[in-house]
Write a protein that binds this ligand. Structure first.
Ligand SMILES: NC(=O)c1ccc[n+]([C@@H]2O[C@H](COP(=O)([O-])OP(=O)(O)OC[C@H]3O[C@@H](n4cnc5c(N)ncnc54)[C@H](OP(=O)(O)O)[C@@H]3O)[C@@H](O)[C@H]2O)c1
Length: 160
């Protein structure tokens, strides 16, 4: 299982239920990497998707209420998610803050696009540079255009 995210200089990820900034190249990469696989997200992130479930991907949504949602697999606890994990193939954790916090300890890699600037945000991804378990193993400046950088972080504490 891996995480994928776009952060600003302060590891901010969103505001008011929406992503604070989009980058076309990053979005194209997100679709390329996740298509054919499973995406996992929280309900707030799910309802922010403009066209509903992400197509050509299995969508798993964390949702507290005991109600089905068309086109997605709903899970209401970490235990329930872990029970179905083996049948999900390659899994990408796609946010938001609560789900990154919940599932990051189980992720092997985090694919982090960084955009220059400090945006107004109310949600964050954990600052991996401050976490000894996470090491930046591949850096690419300008990977998604001017004002962006990219890093693959590896979780060296992961027990598989
Ligand atoms: N920059 C990026 O790459 C990126 C990517 C994704 C999201 N985001 C941003 O992140 C922000 C959303 O983050 P968020 O933390 O507020 O919301 P979230 O993680 O997307 O969803 C939170 C909701 O998920 C459900 N949930 C969470 N943990 C659960 C658990 N253990 N069991 C059952 N249900 C659970 C709850 O839904 P209910 O209580 O409603 O049932 C909770 O309110 C948005 O601004 C979004 O745009 C940014």
């Amino acid at each position: 299982m891996n995480a994928i995210v776009l952060v600003d200089e302060n590891w901010g990820i969103g505001i008011g239920g929406a992503q604070m900034k989009f980058n076309k190249e990053d979005l194209r990469n997100f679709n390329r990497v996740t298509t054919g696989n499973t995406v996992v997200m929280g309900y707030t992130t799910f309802v922010s998707l403009p066209k509903g479930p992400l197509k050509e991907r299995r969508n798993v949504v964390f949702y507290d209420k005991d109600e089905p949602i068309e086109g997605v697999d709903v899970v209401s606890s970490l235990a329930q998610f872990m029970d179905m994990r083996d049948e999900l193939g390659q899994i990408f954790v796609c946010g938001g803050q609560s789900i990154y916090n919940l599932l990051l300890p189980y992720c092997k890699y985090a694919y982090v696009t960084k955009i220059d600037g400090e945006y107004e945000v109310d949600t964050y991804f954990p600052d991996l540079d401050e976490r000894p378990c996470w090491q930046c193993v591949e850096v690419q400046d300008g990977k998604f255009g001017q004002g962006t950088s990219y890093c693959t972080y590896e979780n060296i504490c992961l027990v598989e």
